[in-house]
Design a protein around this ligand. Structure first.
Ligand code: ATP
Ligand code: MG
Length: 639
């Protein structure tokens, strides 16, 4: 196998997952998933593991009943592990809380009683518009406990973005905070909620967590309730009932990288099975691990790999409220050192940010507790992968690059640490019990190295069941293109190498076509990022009369590179040797920032629209409109 890093033998010898698991799963996938479902506690066993009669909506573990919160909290307490730390929570200003499973159990039961008092019942929707707090974790578990469907909305979203999600879900209760800390400052939240829910009659209550302690919180008597008042008057015990395996658990909206966000509906038994098993397997979970997934709780990443996965496995985890750069860019490394984090699950955007500061940033901290690193959200450029591996992982930690989506509910393509040889920049192979392919528009597999559409030919039990309120969009977007074969169209382009490893190339819509050559945006960006002067890059295809599209590269230079002279020429030559002459960017525009979604993904479509002279695309997911304004003015100057 070319350029692959074999698993470190000492790691492999004691890893949770051993060689042969893929083969065993492939022999009988439903049986494999049924075995993993057996890791959970069921009130009633299922009749059928997998049923496709409602395709494309799958049914898993039909006839079975369970309670997700009981699986995530109660059963650890019942097993005598109540004193184990569930959460090491740290606030942005530096305040800290340690919460054991027993304490979490008590809070969840009180809130389950509290939500019931507020009239919430099974199937009702509850929207959480909260920072990353202990209360946010408690609220997701309390909803699961009473069968309410939770939808988390990122605390940094505007009133409009919140309103869209509250209205779309028809929520009866919105849980929010008085204010929140953002990059060192306390900002009001409750007033934003009031604006968002104005006139939405289905919202019966707004439950408010005190976080920043501001004095003038606008209040609507009868509707608004303080969290502490509600919990204080509840009994500490709550009897949980079980729900069918296909009972809806949560609605998660996609990041909105390519357009209007879709509200994906995930259900209970199958989702929890895949979340729980993949968390245990991919992060090689051990009882004494201190696990940290840095994603905001509102992203699907954290649903599966902070909330339902780790809690179902009884893990101890770090949960951090704030910005990674506050009050200084080494905050994450400080947190890793303080809690002895063993497992750090991060995102390429953050790795590239750290790279801008140079290796001295992690080098200033004791990171020797780390034993495994993870990445998710975008393709990780090989350069960023190596930097993470070397400068954060000390060269000893496997980097587990996990490809998945809000739609898939949990990881689909990822290495099994201890088993799968790693290749920097590739998420490697489909996980056991699932299968993927890279195909052309007619469904034929593309030869090695040739870009095509990534499809899931065998989804896992965690796959979304529908788009909330728009089942037709679910069918149309994902399943209609290859309906005859029952394949799922992921919307990402990819290629496979001679070893069958999957290399994600970008969004299908972002694939460039220059004189008939299909080029992946990620491949070009990775080539640019591998140049010592470049920290980040975004590549788009601008319309061109002769070549169809011409390549425009927007680049951020590394710290200390104030003078861009000769840069464009150097980068063209560099890309020509790395990828080929056809891939040379025609134009290189130096920028200070790139437009990104709130979850840190580069929004190439906005830049593509700009170069084509189009405007007006959906920008509701944009993290910082100023970034796009700066790109626009750099573009104008460049022209
Ligand atoms: P929208 O669907 O609204 O455009 P989104 O696709 O960004 O938003 P998510 O579901 O949060 O919303 O992100 C999933 C996408 O993120 C994948 O389809 C893929 O493009 C990208 N992605 C996630 N993890 C990886 C990874 N490890 N490697 C490459 N790409 C990844
Ligand atoms: Mg998507």
């Amino acid at each position: 196998m070319t350029d692959a890093l074999p698993p470190p033998p000492a790691f492999a010898a004691v890893a949770n997952v051993r060689a042969g698991v893929r083969e065993r799963a492939d022999a009988d996938p439903p049986a494999f998933w049924a075995e993993q479902a057996g890791r959970l506690t069921w009130d009633r066993p299922w009749d059928t593991a997998h049923d496709d009669r409602d395709w494309p909506t799958a049914r898993w573990f039909d006839g079975g009943r369970l309670n997700v919160a009981v699986n995530c909290v109660d059963r650890h307490v019942d097993a005598g592990r109540g004193e184990k730390v569930a959460l090491h929570w740290e606030g942005e200003p530096g305040d800290r809380r340690t919460v054991t499973y027993a304490q979490l159990h008590e809070q969840v039961q009180r809130l389950a009683n509290g939500l019931t008092e507020l009239g919430v019942g099974p199937g009702d929707r509850v929207v959480l518009y909260l920072p990353v707090l202990v209360e946010t974790v408690v609220a997701t578990m309390a909803c699961a406990r009473i069968g309410a469907v939770v939808s988390l909305v990122f605390g940094g979203f505007s009133a409009d973005a919140l309103r869209f999600r509250v209205a779309d879900t028809g929520a009866t209760v919105v849980v929010a905070s008085d204010g929140q800390f953002r990059r060192g400052a306390a900002v009001p939240v409750k007033s934003v909620v009031d604006e968002a829910v104005a006139g939405l009659d289905h919202v019966a209550h707004v439950l408010v967590v005190r976080r920043t302690g501001s004095d003038d919180v606008p209040w609507t008597p009868g509707r608004d309730v303080w969290w502490h008042d509600l919990l204080d008057r509840q009994p500490a015990a709550h009897t949980a009932q079980s729900f069918p395996a296909e009972h809806p658990l949560f609605i998660v909206y996609t990041s909105g990288t390519t357009g209007r966000p879709k509200g994906l509906v995930h259900t209970s038994g199958g989702y929890l099975t895949q979340a729980s098993w993949t968390h245990w397997a991919l992060f090689d979970l051990r009882d004494d691990d201190v696990y940290w997934c840095q994603a905001d709780l509102a992203w699907v990443t954290a649903h599966t790999y902070v909330l339902y996965g780790p809690l179902s496995n009884g893990a101890t985890q770090v949960v951090y409220e704030g910005s990674p750069l506050t009050p200084h860019p080494g905050r994450h490394f400080e947190v890793i050192e303080r809690y002895g984090v063993t497992t750090y699950y991060t995102a390429p955007t953050l790795v590239r940010t750290f790279m801008k500061h140079g290796p001295q940033l992690p080098a200033g901290h004791d990171l020797s507790s780390l034993r495994l690193l993870g990445s998710v959200g975008e393709a990780i450029n090989p350069e960023a992968w190596r930097w993470l591996h070397e400068h954060v992982g000390g060269g000893r930690c496997p980097v587990v690059d996990t490809w998945w989506q809000s739609e898939t509910g949990a990881a689909v393509i990822a290495p099994l640490p201890g088993v799968t040889p790693l290749k920097p920049g590739s998420a490697t192979l489909a996980l056991p019990g699932m299968a993927v392919a890279v195909v052309d528009d007619d469904g034929r597999e593309t030869p090695p190295g040739v870009e095509g559409n990534l499809v899931i030919t065998r989804p896992g039990p965690g796959m979304a069941r529908t788009v909330w309120g728009d089942h037709d969009r679910f069918v149309r977007s994902y399943w209609a293109p290859y309906a005859d074969r029952r394949w799922y169209l992921a919307g990402d382009s990819a290629s496979r190498d001679e070893d069958g490893y999957v290399w994600i190339g970008g969004r299908i819509d972002d694939v460039l076509n220059v004189s008939g050559h299909r080029l992946s945006s990620i491949e070009l960006e990775s080539a640019l990022v591998s140049h010592p002067r470049v920290a980040e890059a975004a590549v788009v295809g601008a319309p061109d009369d002769v070549t169809g599209q011409r390549i425009v590269a927007f680049v951020i230079t590394r710290a200390g590179d104030a003078d861009d002279s000769g840069l464009a020429e150097e980068l063209r030559a560099h890309v020509a040797t790395r990828v080929g002459a056809v891939a040379k960017p025609r134009e290189v525009v130096v920028v200070t920032d790139l437009p990104k979604t709130r979850s840190g993904k580069i929004m190439r479509r906005l830049m593509a629209d700009m170069t084509a002279g189009r405007g007006g695309g959906d920008t509701t997911s944009l993290t910082d409109p100023a970034a796009m304004t700066a790109v626009e003015s750099a573009w104008t100057d460049h022209r």
